[in-house]
Design a protein around this ligand. Structure first.
Ligand code: UTP
Length: 470
């Protein structure tokens, strides 16, 4: 009983004692769940979040100063650029074959916009076989392992909410034939959501409402789970970081890894050239000499529309959440106990009212706190920005329908595969916008790119379902 009294006093001192309101009426098992959850909350961090909330004017994170664009390795056009690209590609492949590259997938998001029941990585996206996002990503890594006779560890970050489901999914699918021991699953931290008054919410009488701490929570999760030691043991020196939602992602792209090393970078970022001045992708640039990513919403209209003498947008490079990190960079951040800043998001937080009933708010009523991985940029001694071809790397599934949805991702997959088939002499049907009308699916294990596909000398195998190459 003393233990509860102490806890109550501790919570009262920070005006959070309301979370014990129903304690007396809880079953023993529920009490334990609540106490367990409370024991895992970092109250010092909660205090910092509250300070941030009080200071915030609701406009989000803002870095004052003038933004200057970064130097970018653009898509190779001239002969010398093509030569350098090839050199970088070969360096990347060599590093992979030496076992110095690991892959790291952040899959802890809640995917609220998609509204899919289950981890987003389990979403079926293959145009014919319903191949999941997780399967695509794993098979791409496996295909590179096979091609280069290498081992590529696969680190997968989940949240506490989807950890077990994610692990089970891989187990159920026998790790998509990739070596089981090459997988490392780990969960990122969770943070309580707060009301405007800085109070935690209860989502049940014995449950505090918590949310994953953002993709930047990776840093903390790597440290807490001692994963830098695991990387050292496996001989991993570089990490290919990517997000779960793009089935087009060119995972472990050797050229990107090669340029990271050629340019002596500690952290690198892939970008695509924006569709237009207002596409909402983050902008990588320098502010007061520091490398930063600035949210789209933080650019002025003038900055968005500004053009270089060649007609290209001055801030035309949008970050797509794909990075290469040197493990030594993470090690240095760890040794310095470097944390990343928190960003505040105004969100709808379900909660139980005074009568104990669950309320699903229709408007944002509270605040979540998240860290973003790109906030590591200012700490890197050198960064490298690398433009990629959107059609070969980036078609994220974010929304239920409309743009960046399952429908656009499937179309982009069919368009990419249609190009490969077209070059290999197949007749591919297209609409007036050039979109491929046939359903086409090519397993990464059959071919990773157009050249590999061509070399396999594929035979026409179309039927009413489309073309499938496994
Ligand atoms: P998003 O910013 O798209 O967020 O994540 P989300 O949670 O998946 O989707 P919404 O906003 O709720 O609709 C980009 C990437 O970062 C990962 C996601 O899983 C995705 O791969 N992420 C995001 C995490 O790993 N943890 C987080 O806390 C947030």
């Amino acid at each position: 009983m003393d233990k509860i009294k102490n806890l109550y006093d501790k919570l009262k001192a920070i005006s959070q004692e309301h979370v014990l309101k129903y304690y007396d009426e809880l079953k023993e098992e529920e009490r334990q769940l609540l106490l367990n959850q409370l024991s895992r909350i970092d109250f010092d961090l909660l205090r910092q979040c509250n300070i941030l909330l009080k200071k915030s004017d609701g406009s989000g994170h803002y870095i004052p100063g003038t933004l200057e664009p970064m130097k970018v390795v653009t898509l190779p056009k001239t002969e010398s650029e093509k030569k350098e690209y090839e050199k970088a590609f070969n360096i990347g492949e060599k590093l992979i074959s030496e076992g110095k590259v690991g892959s790291i997938l952040v899959a802890g998001g809640q995917g609220t916009r998609l509204g899919f029941d289950g981890p987003k990585g389990t979403f079926p996206v293959g145009p014919i076989t319903d191949r999941s996002l997780f399967q695509y990503h794993t098979e791409k890594i496996l295909a590179r392992e096979k091609k280069l006779n290498a081992a590529i560890p696969f680190y997968i970050m989940t949240s506490e909410l989807n950890y077990l489901q994610t692990k089970d999914f891989f187990k159920q699918h026998r790790y998509f034939k990739k070596e089981k021991d090459s997988f490392v699953f780990f969960a990122q931290g969770m943070l309580p959501a707060l009301s405007a008054e800085g109070k935690m919410y209860l989502s049940d009488k014995f449950k505090i409402s918590v949310a994953p701490d953002g993709h930047g929570g990776l840093l903390r999760a790597l440290f807490v789970n001692r994963l830098l030691d695991d990387m050292q043991k496996r001989g991993v020196e570089y990490l290919y970081y990517f997000q779960v939602d793009s089935p087009l992602a060119n995972v472990c792209d050797p050229a990107f890894i090669g340029y990271h090393v050629l340019k002596n970078a500690e952290m690198s970022a892939k970008t695509v050239y924006k569709r237009g001045p207002y596409e909402s992708l983050g902008n990588i640039g320098k502010v007061n000499g520091k490398n930063v990513v600035i949210e789209y919403s933080e650019l002025t209209r003038k900055e968005m529309e500004e053009r270089n003498p060649d007609g290209r947008l001055r801030f035309g490079q949008g970050s797509i959440g794909i990075h290469v990190f040197s493990v030594n960079f993470f090690r240095r951040l760890h040794d310095k106990k470097q944390d990343l800043p928190y960003h505040i998001a105004h969100k709808r937080i379900p909660y139980i009212d005074a009568a104990g009933n669950l309320v699903q708010p229709v408007e944002p009523n509270g605040y979540k706190f998240e860290q973003f991985i790109f906030d590591a940029f200012p700490f890197a001694k050198k960064i490298m920005v690398f433009e990629t071809d959107r059609k070969k790397d980036f078609s994220p599934i974010k929304n239920k329908d409309g743009f960046d949805s399952p429908q656009t991702a499937r179309q982009d997959l069919c368009n990419q595969f249609g190009n490969w088939l077209g070059k290999a002499g197949f007749h591919v049907k297209r609409d007036s916008n050039g979109n491929v009308l046939d359903k086409i699916e090519i397993s990464p294990l059959f071919a990773l790119d157009e050249k590999e596909f061509h070399n396999r000398k594929p035979k026409p195998n179309g039927n009413k379902d489309g073309y499938l190459f496994e």
